[in-house]
Write a protein that binds this ligand. Structure first.
Ligand code: AMP
Ligand code: ZN
Length: 116
């Protein structure tokens, strides 16, 4: 997907601060961080969103969770805590249609949702 910004980051065609990578996922700092730690964990395979996953994606989805824990430890927020977020689709507020998990922490990140 040459027009996908996250595929281009994965392929090293666009710069990003990569904090972790392996054969299944790449993780890099969010360009507009909302907290002292704000990392995006993305599968190498272009999956548009959580609404598009299939049974064959189950291993990488589990791996993303473990990588979140690993990065949290590396960034010193394992004990203080953190939040993982996957936005899906229009109502979920998804802006980039390459599946990604946000890992945010380094300060109390506030209530999960604001009641409206
Ligand atoms: P979402 O709303 O879940 O789709 O979040 C997309 C996230 O990608 C936002 O937090 C953006 O700040 C972030 N983002 C957009 N472009 C880039 C980029 N080139 N490098 C790093 N993060 C980006
Ligand atoms: Zn992509």
């Amino acid at each position: 997907m040459s027009d996908c910004i996250f595929c281009r980051i994965i392929n090293k065609e666009v710069d990003a601060t990569i904090v972790y990578e392996d054969d299944q996922v790449v993780a890099f700092n969010d360009i507009y961080p909302k907290a002292p730690v704000h990392v995006l964990i993305v599968p190498r395979r272009h999956i548009p969103s959580l609404a598009h996953v299939t049974p064959e994606d189950e291993p990488v989805l589990g791996h993303m969770m473990y990588v979140a824990r690993k990065i949290a430890e590396e960034q010193g927020i394992l004990e203080s805590g953190f939040r993982t977020i996957i936005n899906t689709g229009r109502h979920g507020g998804q802006e980039i249609y390459h599946l990604h998990m946000h890992l945010v922490g380094g300060r109390p990140v506030g209530p999960m949702l604001v009641r409206q």
